[in-house]
Design a protein around this ligand. Structure first.
Ligand SMILES: *Cc1c(COP(=O)(O)O)cnc(C)c1O
Length: 384
């Protein structure tokens, strides 16, 4: 059986619906800091065997195929863009286009697993806080599964994301205040209603669901890439990316991990600061890239820990660099990404002089530009 394993103390637990954090390590939790006792899913040997045989990333998830919603998620294209290669001087440069998920962002990978798990456990309501994409994703995937979805969003979430949630029929509660406030309210609500929490990092399946993206990258390339650029807000995607590559190594299909560059906005760089100083200090976030704008990066300790363990780097980009990268990505590749997703390219452009031009590079493009037209307009006014 797959199990939960605590990322801090290593203790193992059975996978149960209302167990979210390690009961021991979460005692250390203080207010206004990243989560302690984040649990990881550890697949069993049978799953690794099946994966080696059939090469299906879903076989490494802790939910059986029959429970997943009908709507297909993942299996997004990995492609080489000649224009972007010429522009950057990197011939082995690839785009992993996760804007092509059903609701337009990589978040669908996590929603898909959480939805399937709720169905397996007979839980009918799922609740979460989100700045937008996790919400619209859970709303859409939940709609396809016929589940009740309740969402807490901060009042400054981009309009398209809210409209998208309502289109899918979710119960949207707009919260006066920021994402951190919405996060606490969602947890209170989940507790009271006995609904499944899909709060990012809090529910271990939000990390595990996202690992399919790196397993796909490995399968699509037929080998481990050398460098991967990942935008980082709460640090859940990057942890999922590490977990997926670890699964590939643990399945015996590769002996090395890629170098991963976590890219944060200058005005929301909590994980870079944990990585550099070893400790967290709250700062009010400020960036145009709403999906990576967080004051308390919920998965900050784990994400910084992975970066340390595998000698990754945490880098910062300015809003101008992000908006410029958004336009370059659109005009060189035809992929219109939201600012948070364009941060991958912005990060790569910033450090590419330090990477050998022969190495392979994958840019993870996490969400569609149509989700935030206001920022895209601003990018055009400044750099178009
Ligand atoms: C959520 C999100 C991110 C950041 O992921 P974290 O897990 O918060 O680090 C990046 N890009 C997009 C489009 C997202 O929706």
């Amino acid at each position: 059986m797959p199990e939960y394993i605590c990322s801090e103390c290593g203790k193992r637990y059975p996978i149960e619906p209302f167990l979210y954090l390690c009961p021991e390590c979460s005692k250390k939790q203080k207010e206004n800091e990243p989560l302690h006792g984040v649990l990881l899913v550890s697949p069993d040997q049978e799953q690794f065997e099946r994966f080696r045989k059939v090469g299906d990333p879903l076989s490494l998830l802790p939910v059986e195929r029959e429970h997943f919603p009908d709507i297909p998620v993942g299996n997004t294209p990995l492609f080489h863009s000649k224009n972007l290669s010429e522009y950057t001087g990197f011939k082995n440069l690839y785009i992993k286009n996760d804007t092509l998920n059903p609701t337009g962002s990589l978040k669908d990978r996590a929603s898909y697993l959480v939805s399937g798990f709720a169905r397996k456990m007979g839980i009918e309501e799922i609740v979460l806080a989100s700045t937008g994409n996790a919400a619209s994703s859970m709303a859409g995937i939940g709609a396809s599964a016929g589940q009740k979805i309740t969402i807490f969003v901060p009042e400054d979430a981009p309009e398209a994301k809210l409209v998208q949630c309502r289109q899918y029929g979710a119960d949207v509660k707009v919260v006066p205040g920021d994402y951190d406030r919405a996060y606490s309210l969602a947890l209170e609500y989940a507790d009271k209603q006995r609904a499944l929490s899909r709060n990012t990092a809090h529910n271990p399946l939000t990390i595990d669901g996202k690992k399919t993206v790196s397993i796909e990258i490995f399968l699509q390339m037929g080998r481990m890439p050398e460098n991967v650029f990942v935008p980082v807000g709460d640090g859940v995607i990057i942890a999922g990316v590490y977990r997926g590559f670890e699964d590939v190594v643990n399945a015996g299909l590769s002996s090395r991990m890629p170098k991963i560059f976590g890219v944060q906005a200058e005005g929301s760089d909590g994980i870079c600061r944990i990585y550099e100083t070893g400790s967290f200090e709250y700062r009010k976030p400020s960036t145009i890239a709403d999906s990576i704008s967080v004051g308390i990066p919920r998965n900050g300790y784990l994400a910084a820990g992975f970066l340390k363990k595998y000698k990754g780097e945490c880098i910062r980009v300015s809003d101008d660099e992000i908006l410029k990268a958004q336009i370059i990505l659109s005009q060189k590749t035809g992929v219109f990404a939201e600012p948070s997703a364009a941060a991958s390219l912005a990060g790569f452009l910033k450090v590419k002089e330090r990477i050998s031009g022969n190495e392979s590079v994958v840019l993870l493009i996490t969400g569609s530009g149509l989700k935030d037209i206001k920022s895209a307009k601003r990018a055009l006014e400044r750099f178009g």
